[in-house]
Design a binder for this molecule. Structure first.
Ligand code: FA5
Length: 348
């Protein structure tokens, strides 16, 4: 059989093979078996050396035609197969956008953070600044600078986690009083600040005590600040926390950094003052400690106590949350049980 006939025969066979192929991989194998280095057409063309010089151009032309045709058929089939496979993939991966989505569980602000944010809002509205203190404090700022020298008996009121003899976990937010006072420039206006944060005490955990809890410190220092300003401010705070009808009363107390010092009670939000289990039949609930800033605290921070004075207060959001929501154990706030925490959804 002449080379021309062989070429025609091979082309016909190749086209049949291509017809029955149904994957891109098969097409590639067919291409290699006919047009590759060791492919059939290549080896036929190797026989050209035995062809007479007159015949050579004719056969050469035929060979090129066969190669071109075969290449075209291969390419066409490959493209079709690729298109089909893409189509299949698209169909398999179609997303039905009309299907109802799965509910995403949204987190929410922790109840204690909610209380602290509400208090921050109230004081921001009255022109206070919010200041962050250090949880790791020096003994000096935690005690001495708030008028509690070494060996002062009042230090026993707060059992302390010491890190070194001079460094501790703050037992209250009051060290921020000294830190803010010493940095405040009174020629630029009064000092009005609150400072929320975590504090630590070596209390044994029980229903009303936690070794780590929160406090919010407040302080106002200027000329001519009186106890009436303190009472008015705390009245607003009590109303914001427990409702518009609430009243407060001040009872004498002792804190080394305030003179005079007071404990502040709010009229019972549950019974309205008649006496119930929440207020232990007294009609009043204790919510915070406060007083007029002791001159020593001002002087130690370089503030002239004959010219400037004011008040400070410290409250425990954990205890406020317990009262407000009737929570009987402070430890619920720290166990991260979603069944408990999700009850306190902020409205709006
Ligand atoms: C103080 O810590 C003062 N620094 C507050 C203060 C500031 C008074 C400025 C005057 C001027 P006290 O130890 O009473 O005070 O604590 C304040 C509040 O923290 C308490 O009323 C209570 O609500 C809360 N508290 C105290 N100990 C615990 C505890 N172990 N667990 C949870 N809350 C506590």
């Amino acid at each position: 059989m002449g080379i021309e006939e062989q070429l025609t025969g091979v082309l016909a066979r190749a086209v049949t093979d291509i017809d029955s192929a149904d994957s891109v991989k098969e097409i590639e194998a067919i291409r290699v078996s006919y047009l590759g280095k060791k492919g059939e057409i290549t080896s036929i063309l190797k026989g050209m050396k035995d062809v007479s010089p007159q015949q050579r151009p004719v056969i050469g032309k035929k060979a090129n035609e066969v190669r071109d045709e075969l290449t075209a058929v291969l390419t066409q089939k490959k493209e079709r197969l690729e298109k089909e496979s893409l189509q299949k993939q698209l169909e398999a991966e179609t997303i039905d956008v009309t299907l109802p989505g799965r509910q995403v569980k949204k987190g929410q602000t922790h109840v204690l953070t909610q209380i602290m944010e509400d208090i921050e809002d109230l004081f921001l509205g009255m022109g206070y600044q919010i200041i962050e203190g250090n949880e790791v404090e020096s003994d000096y700022y935690n005690f001495e600078r708030v008028n509690l020298p070494q060996n002062h008996p009042a230090r026993d009121m707060q059992d302390t986690f010491y890190i070194t003899p001079d460094v501790l976990l703050r037992t209250h937010t009051s060290p921020i009083q000294a830190r803010t006072l010493e940095n405040h420039d009174f020629s630029e206006g009064p000092l009005k600040m609150i400072s929320p944060g975590k504090v630590y005490r070596r209390d044994t955990d029980d229903a009303t005590h936690s070794h780590q809890f929160h406090q919010i410190e407040g302080m106002v220092i200027d000329e001519n600040i009186t106890m009436a300003d303190l009472k008015g401010t705390l009245e607003l705070l009590a109303k914001k926390m427990f409702g518009e009808e609430r009243e407060i009363r001040l009872r004498p107390s002792y804190f080394p950094f305030t003179e005079p010092s007071v404990e502040v009670d709010v009229s019972c939000f549950k019974c309205g003052g008649e006496g119930c289990n929440v207020c232990k039949k007294t009609g009043w609930i204790e919510i915070l400690g406060a007083g007029m800033t002791h001159p020593n605290v001002l002087e130690m921070s370089g503030v002239d106590s004959s010219k400037y004075g004011g008040f400070a207060f410290g409250l425990g959001p954990d205890r406020i949350a317990m009262l407000k929501y009737g929570v009987d154990d402070i430890r619920h706030f720290y166990l991260n049980d979603q069944r408990f925490l999700t009850q306190f959804k902020r409205k709006g």
